[in-house]
Design a protein around this ligand. Structure first.
Ligand code: KIV
Ligand code: NA
Length: 277
C-alpha cells in the first residue's frame, strides 16, 4: 500500500470515503494499526491513562509522549502518524509550541501534530506551528486537557450557545491553517451543520457521521478496564483474553504442565553427565 499523505486524505474526504484513524502508543499497537490498514495513527495523550496509568491527560510529560511516539513510528510505515502535543508543552508561548512540535517531527518522526482548543492563544500556537512547516490537526468540542474548565468529561455543543461556540472554534481552527479537525463529544446534528461550513475533513469521536472517525485502540479492542464513554464500540474483548492467557500459564506452571518437552532445549549426549562429574 502507498503511504498516506495529506493529499491522499483530501482525496478520500472529497470522494466521500471515510477516513479511519486509531490511536497507538507503542510498537505492538502501532503494528496492529499498520497491519489493519488504517489511514491515520494518532499517538494520543490518552496514552497517559491507557498505557501509563495516569488519572488524566494533564500528567503525561513531553518525554513520555516522545518515547511513545518513537515506538509507534518504528512500527508504522503506511498510515500518517499524528502526535498529540501534551498539556504544558505549548501554553507558554508560540516559540515553546513550535519547539515542542519540532521535537515530535525531528526526534520521533511525526508526520503531523494535534493541538487542542481554539481560544486566541491556542489559535496563535496552531498558526505558528503551521508557519514552521509542520502540518497540524485541530481538536475542538470536548478537549480533555482542559476538561476541568469545561465542567468535566461531558458532551459539548448541546445548547444554542455551546453549539455556536463549537462551530466558531472549528472555523477558527480551519482559518489558522489546520489540515483536519477532530471534533469530540458533540451532537451529530450540530456536527452536520459545522461540516457544511468547513472545507477541511472532520474526524469525529462521539460526533456522529463525519469525514472520518477516531477511537482509542485499547477501548475498541476491549483492553481498557471499566465503563467506556457512550461513543466507544467494543469490537473485541482482548482484555479478558489476555487475563485468561496469563491465568492459564500460571495454572500450568503451578500444576507442573509447563514447561513440557517441546519447550525445552536438548544437550549433546554426555553434557549433563559432565556437569554431574
Ligand atoms: O488522545 C486521544 O486519544 C485523542 C483522540 C481520542 C481524539 O485525542
Ligand atoms: Na488527545
Amino acid at each position: 500500500r502507498p503511504r498516506v499523505t495529506l493529499r491522499r486524505l483530501r482525496e478520500l474526504a472529497e470522494a466521500g470515503t471515510p477516513v479511519v484513524m486509531v490511536t497507538a502508543y507503542d510498537f505492538p499497537s502501532g503494528r496492529v494499526a499498520e497491519r489493519a490498514g488504517v489511514d491515520i495513527v494518532l499517538v494520543g495523550d490518552s496514552g497517559a491513562q491507557v498505557v501509563l496509568g495516569h488519572p488524566d491527560t494533564t500528567s503525561v510529560t513531553l518525554d513520555e509522549m516522545l518515547t511513545l511516539s518513537k515506538a509507534v513510528r518504528r512500527a508504522v510505515q503506511t498510515p500518517l502518524v499524528v502526535c498529540d502535543l501534551p498539556f504544558g508543552t505549548t501554553e507558554l508561548s508560540d516559540e515553546q509550541a513550535v519547539a515542542t512540535a519540532v521535537r515530535f517531527v525531528h526526534e520521533a518522526g511525526a508526520d503531523a501534530v494535534k493541538i487542542e482548543g481554539a481560544n486566541p492563544s491556542r489559535l496563535s500556537r496552531l498558526r505558528a506551528i503551521v508557519e514552521a512547516g509542520i502540518p497540524v490537526v485541530g481538536h475542538v468540542g470536548l478537549t480533555p486537557q482542559t476538561a476541568t474548565a469545561l465542567g468535566g468529561l461531558r458532551a459539548q455543543g448541546r445548547t444554542d450557545d455551546e453549539a455556536i461556540r463549537v462551530a466558531r472554534d472549528a472555523l477558527a481552527v480551519q482559518d489558522v491553517g489546520a489540515f483536519a479537525i477532530v471534533i469530540e463529544a458533540v451532537p451529530a446534528d450540530v456536527v452536520a451543520e459545522i461540516r457544511r461550513a468547513l472545507r477541511i475533513p472532520v474526524i469525529g469521536i462521539g460526533a456522529g457521521d463525519a469525514d472520518g472517525q477516531v477511537l482509542v485502540q485499547h477501548d475498541l479492542l476491549g483492553i481498557t478496564e471499566g465503563r467506556a464513554p457512550v461513543f466507544v464500540k467494543r469490537y473485541a474483548a482482548l482484555g479478558d483474553a489476555m487475563v485468561e492467557g496469563v491465568e492459564t500459564y500460571a495454572r500450568e506452571v503451578r500444576e507442573g504442565f509447563f514447561p513440557a518437552a517441546e519447550h525445552t532445549y536438548r544437550a549433546a549426549p554426555g553434557a549433563a553427565a559432565a556437569v554431574r562429574a
